[in-house]
Design a protein around this ligand. Structure first.
Ligand code: PEP
Length: 247
């Protein structure tokens, strides 16, 4: 819809180094320093938040993290709390990325707790949902996504309105296999309907899974696709800027 701004977020995953990030961040500012009509951001590994803040501060490119604790502080060794991310200027955080769900046992209830903690800290949670290939082939895609969203939507309209949702089919993440625009739109429309029923129909819903400059425009042209969550292609400033240009 014309009412919703397009949004393109990069997910660096566990990649980078001070040296490599310095060139990437400099190239991002050069390529995207004047971007106006698209919300743009990068989710960096925790240790590099200060570096991202230094490099991107004053530019329109935002920065955020890839995970957040469900707790605000205390005896949670190894966890990072929302207020700590805010201390370094983060404005958003991914929650429930498929790698967190599959490799770290995050349930949809935990994901909802993390989204709630992010909001309490003043961060925008980017709630990631998506089905596996087996679930798609079994015809359960929309049921799976409904279950993943349910505890998040139960946080209430005022909370959900301050979130972003990312639809990322697991079979498309890092595989080079992108959902077709029609396949993605079908799920986005179903997500939009659930959001609408929860009183938050204008939330941005991003598509993720092997988005590249070459396929971004056709995905972003779909009625309920408001931009992208980009993994691999966000590690190259020109590729990422090409995706932003398609938004
Ligand atoms: C992701 O990690 O969220 C993602 C979509 O990765 P890729 O773009 O590499 O498929």
């Amino acid at each position: 819809s014309a009412l919703r701004r397009k949004c393109v977020l990069g997910n660096w995953k566990m990649n980078g180094s001070l040296a490599a990030n310095a060139s990437l961040l400099e190239a991002l500012v050069a390529a995207l320093g004047k971007v106006q009509n698209v919300d743009v951001g990068v989710a960096v590994p925790f240790p590099y938040l200060a570096q991202a803040q230094q490099a991107l501060g004053g530019s329109p490119v935002r920065w955020g993290a890839q995970d957040v604790s469900a707790h605000a502080s205390g005896a949670y060794t190894g966890e990072v709390a929302g207020p700590m991310l805010v201390d370094f200027g983060a404005s958003f955080v991914l929650v429930g990325h498929s790698e967190r769900r599959s490799l770290h046992g995050e349930t949809s209830d935990v994901v909802a707790d993390k989204a709630k903690a992010a909001l309490a800290a003043g961060l925008t949670p980017v709630v990631c949902v998506g089905e596996t290939l087996a679930e798609r082939e079994a015809g359960t895609t929309l049921a799976v996504i409904g279950e993943q969203l349910a505890p998040v939507l139960a946080l209430g309209a005022d909370a959900v309105k301050r979130m972003i949702v990312a639809y990322e089919p697991v079979w498309a993440i890092g595989t080079g296999r992108t959902a077709s625009p029609e396949q993605a739109q079908e799920v986005h429309a179903a997500i939009r309907e659930r959001l609408r029923q929860a009183g938050a129909g204008e939330v941005q819903v991003l598509y993720g899974g092997s988005v590249k400059a070459a396929n971004a425009a056709s995905l972003f042209a779909m009625a309920d696709i408001d931009g992208g969550l980009v993994g691999g292609a966000s590690l190259d400033a020109q590729d990422f800027a090409g995706i932003v240009a398609a938004a």
